[in-house]
Design a protein around this ligand. Structure first.
Ligand code: ADP
Length: 485
């Protein structure tokens, strides 16, 4: 495709598409070829976006009645549903994920707007017993301008997840999508305008992380930041937030374990464990990337999983296979690097290579892989690989399983597989992770479920009613109420 044939996507600032000063090619991960290009925004565009958000916040959105904000969010949800198949196709071209996963992403994105449209109507402060002649109460107020920096794995879902509660609560937003998958965020900006939100309520500035991302994190006009991505960049964003003394939500990934006890239900567990690490080729912060399994059921379970992994159809997302490619050559090489090292440390039970065949030419594929007998001191046991790699370790005692689970510095999610309700409850309370799934595993769960990491997986909570509160701050008012003279 020549440059002239590439569809161009520009920033959306103050409701307008802004001419681009430079461009970034957007590659199709299934063949490595550019199919679009996106504006390369920098400090100037970010500053304009923050100004636009500030203007809209002060002049319109801050003052809008809650019914108006709620209604607008509902219209966005409806518009996302109408654009479902277009959004899903764009997401699949951009990220490489199987089409049906992108359709789910579009549905979930719509749900976020519906959910926050509903709960914002019930948001309120409290009255507080204080002194006889003082009436004390709290107000929940929006922050003002929120900056959102999101990754490339679930761009549409995560854009909606972070922007919907912020807008519903009365904030205006500047969204920086990842350079590897920016397109549905830009389409969302148009949808939001079509749904009747004021220009400037949602501004989207695509670009490189160290340019547009760093500029947004450091901008003194931003009142609150939300970041989803790697731990390293999370630290940088938090440092920038510290310099401006603004709150920041960090969602930084994990190394989430499945803990499988001897009395587990294999028929239920196997497909869900497979899904948990192969959905979007394992590029999922709450992927179930470690399998901690009791010695008595280890061999049988791993053999079953290995057969299931080998049966998975891998191919271009647009053909809707079981698993698509990774996002980029960089990510594929990173995963292969871990595999080269991990195969020496553990025993390869499935996959481990780049699939061969015409259909994979130029694409960023890695086979779904199982590494068995991985030891806690191995790097593949502790670090987030962000690929379709399940690391298996054996335990004998429950305490040992907990120790293994907590050996990494992360604490995002965990799966528990047992028929014993007491053990399930005990583990759910004991594990230092933000979400526990018992006889069940669904990356991050539904929009209603609060989602936030323990330990180095992050700070703050996304999703659920909790996230709406995070996008408001608390003001206390006391009024002198003496008896009338
Ligand atoms: P991943 O490893 O998933 O690519 P990153 O943490 O590198 O995650 O990227 C997540 C988001 O952070 C992307 O939108 C990226 O452009 C942005 N980003 C990268 N570097 C910086 C930075 N220095 N400051 C702010 N944002 C950044």
């Amino acid at each position: 495709m020549s440059e002239a044939d590439l569809t161009e996507y520009t920033a959306v600032i103050a409701g307008k598409k802004v001419p681009a000063a430079g461009w970034i090619d957007v590659l199709d991960p299934s063949n490595g070829r550019p199919f679009a290009r996106v504006a390369r925004c920098g400090e100037a565009e970010v500053a304009d976006a923050v100004d636009a958000a500030r203007y809209t916040y002060e002049s319109v959105w801050r003052l809008a009645p809650v019914a108006e904000r709620s209604g607008a969010c509902r219209r966005i949800a409806t518009a996302i549903r109408s654009a479902r198949s277009e959004l899903a196709t764009l997401e699949t071209l951009d990220t490489g994920k199987p089409l049906r996963q992108s359709l789910v992403d579009a549905d979930v994105a719509a749900r976020y707007f519906d959910f926050y449209a509903g709960v914002v109507e019930a948001l309120g402060g409290e009255t507080i017993l204080h002194q006889a002649d003082r009436f004390a109460f709290t107000l929940r107020e929006p922050y003002g301008v929120c900056g959102h920096i999101i990754p490339w794995n679930y761009p549409l879902q995560i854009a909606a997840r972070t922007v919907a509660p912020a807008l519903a609560a009365g904030n205006c937003c500047v969204l920086k999508p990842a350079e590897d998958a920016p397109l549905t965020s830009l389409r969302l900006a148009e949808i939001v305008l079509e749904a009747g939100l004021p220009p400037g309520a949602l501004n989207v500035v695509p670009g490189y992380g160290e340019e547009a991302g760093a500029a947004l994190a450091a901008h003194p006009g931003v009142d609150r930041l939300a970041f989803t991505g790697s731990r390293e960049i999370g630290e940088a964003v938090m440092s920038a937030a510290a310099r401006n003394i603004v709150p920041v939500t960090l969602e930084l990934g994990g190394k989430s374990p499945h803990i499988v006890l001897p009395d587990f239900d294999a028929a239920r567990a196997v497909p869900l464990i497979v899904d948990s690490i192969t959905e979007h080729a394992g590029q999922n912060c709450s992927a179930g990337s470690r399998l901690l399994v009791h010695r008595s059921v280890h061999e049988e379970l791993v053999a079953e999983l290995a057969a299931a992994f080998r049966a998975l159809r891998v191919g271009p997302g647009i053909a809707d296979p079981d698993m698509g490619p990774l996002i980029s050559a960089k990510q594929r090489d990173r995963v292969l690097g871990y595999l080269a090292e991990g195969a020496g440390d553990g025993v390869l039970r499935a996959g481990g290579a780049v699939p061969e065949g015409e259909v994979y030419a130029g694409g960023f594929y890695v086979e779904p892989t199982i590494l068995d007998h991985v030891k806690p001191w191995h790097r593949v046991f502790n670090e987030e690989i962000f690929g379709p790699v399940l690391c298996v370790s054996v335990f004998d005692e429950l305490d040992e399983a907990v120790e293994l689970a907590e050996h990494t510095t992360y604490g995002l999610a965990a799966g528990v597989w047992t028929s014993d309700v007491t053990t399930a409850h005990w583990l759910a309370q004991r594990l230092r992770v933000g979400q526990v799934f018992v006889n069940n595993y669904s990356a991050a769960g539904g929009v209603e479920l609060p989602f936030g990491g323990y330990r180095r997986s992050g700070i703050g909570v996304e999703k659920g009613v909790e996230a709406l509160r995070e996008y408001t701050r608390c003001k206390t008012v006391t009024i002198h109420t003496p008896a009338p003279a």
